[in-house]
Design a protein around this ligand. Sequence first.
Ligand code: ADP
Length: 264
Amino acid sequence: KESYFEKEIIDINIIPTGESETQLIGHVIMLHNVTLFKELDIAKTNYIGTVSHEFKTPISSIKMSLALLNNQKIGQLNPEQKQLLDSINDDSDRLLKITGELLNLAQVESGNIQLTIKPTDPMGMIQYAMDAIKTQASQRNIKLQLSYHDTLPKVMADSEKTTWVLINLIANAIRYSYDNSTVYVSVEQIDRTMKFAVKDTGIGISDRYKNKIFDRYFRVPGTLKEGTGLGLAISKEFIEAQGGSIGVESDLGIGSTFFFTLHL
Ligand code: ADP
């Protein structure tokens, strides 16, 4: 399926024709010039990447200003003012999550996931992720419980992308759990792989949707929490790009365990 033209992108379809498989008359070759579509697609992907990148800086500085106000360094806040600040902070977190997802989506869609794989301490990534998400958990009185073996070897990983996946899985576990519950994070070595798992006792996922939730934009029908349906699709791409695998075990109404493995 090589392109005949130098700078054009051509979709080529070769269709055998005849009365039956044994009476082949010939082939119909269909050439479809998709250059414009591809160019527009690439431009759109680049645009999404640039815009989400530009969004990140102002949202981060809004969060920094909020933290200053919240620390009461600038003056005492009354309860109504505090509640307003918390609500602005939640909305900023949501915006940051969406821009992060769009930025990563642009990278995944361009087919150009840039990895820096090196021996990485698994506990460092988990600690960072748990730290990043602890306020979200405490707001709903959800406990984060970590279990691990004392001496874990390093794992071959892109630290930034793997940490992003961990944050995403823990954030989901919190979002789709009930208040006052516990989210369990664990890591264990199994032969030449490291298995990371995030377990919740939340709403769970029925069998018919277990595979679909890793598709882009898919959300289980009736899901009440806000979201984009992108986190798990990007997580899957990030883990598979590192040679690992990702999956879920879940029972509706009982809870879910999301896990992924990476090589040592
Ligand atoms: P988002 O959560 O933004 O919708 P995700 O790609 O992270 O996007 O998840 C896709 C869907 O999978 C969610 O909309 C939800 O229906 C389901 N899901 C993900 N994580 C969980 C979980 N821990 N428990 C129950 N359902 C989940």
